[in-house]
Design a protein around this ligand. Structure first.
Ligand SMILES: CC(C)(COP(=O)(O)OP(=O)(O)OC[C@H]1O[C@@H](n2cnc3c(N)ncnc32)[C@H](O)[C@@H]1OP(=O)(O)O)[C@@H](O)C(=O)NCCC(=O)NCCS
Length: 180
């Protein structure tokens, strides 16, 4: 996807984005709620090259100085006939708190509805990840579920899964048009 928002350019990743990706995916605080740990510099280089051919990942680049500030994930979910898309996002905390993630995610959700013909856009997050669910609510998404102990990304010292909850959010096409 290619799009421009007031402060950002949204574009595909390129293989040259490895250092910028490492700057935030290398931080434990950033990947705390992700199903993977901090990436190494080499891992970030490989990931940038991989994402360069993966349209599900959208890089958010600041227009004023061309700095990559984060990314949005966007992909179809479930049977194609359901026209449901899932979104996610990870942003560099050095540029947090000024609305870049909201601005980028809003543009991606808008793209799902207007360009992809989505009927419904969904997102999930750990209830402890308040910044994430506050972002979803800024977008106008509705909390539709609180799933209990539905996922685990790690085992405890005894080899048992560490379960965590998830909030489920969604917005429908007719609601997005109305909100817009
Ligand atoms: C989730 C995440 C993207 C949220 O980042 P964020 O900095 O809170 O989000 P934004 O960039 O949209 O900034 C929002 C803040 O900017 C403020 N803001 C200022 N100008 C704004 C604008 N024009 N538009 C929207 N918000 C604006 C908002 O009021 C909000 O401030 P607050 O936190 O004091 O309420 C970030 O915490 C992150 O990447 N976390 C790690 C990865 C992660 O957990 N991803 C989600 C997995 S489900």
């Amino acid at each position: 996807m290619h799009a421009t928002t007031p402060r950002l350019v949204l574009r595909p990743f390129t293989a040259a984005d490895g250092a910028a990706l490492h700057a935030y995916l290398g931080l434990a605080e950033v990947v705390r709620f992700e199903p993977y740990g901090p990436v190494t510099r080499d891992g970030a280089e490989r990931e940038a090259a991989r994402r360069a051919g993966d349209p599900r990942f959208v890089a958010a680049v600041r227009r004023e100085d061309d700095v990559l500030v984060g990314h949005v994930y966007c992909a179809p979910e479930g049977p194609p006939a359901w026209r449901t898309w899932a979104v996610g996002y990870v942003f560099d905390p050095r540029y947090g708190g000024v609305g870049y993630a909201t601005e980028a995610a809003r543009a991606v959700v808008d793209h799902c509805f207007r360009a992809e013909g989505a009927h419904r856009v969904v997102a999930g997050c750990d209830p402890r990840n308040e910044r994430s669910w506050r972002l979803l609510e800024r977008l106008g998404m509705r909390r539709e579920g609180h799933e209990r102990r539905c996922a685990s990304f790690e085992d405890d010292a005894d080899g048992r899964p560490v379960w965590h909850d998830a909030y489920r959010y969604a917005v429908l096409a007719q609601e997005w048009v109305t909100a817009g």
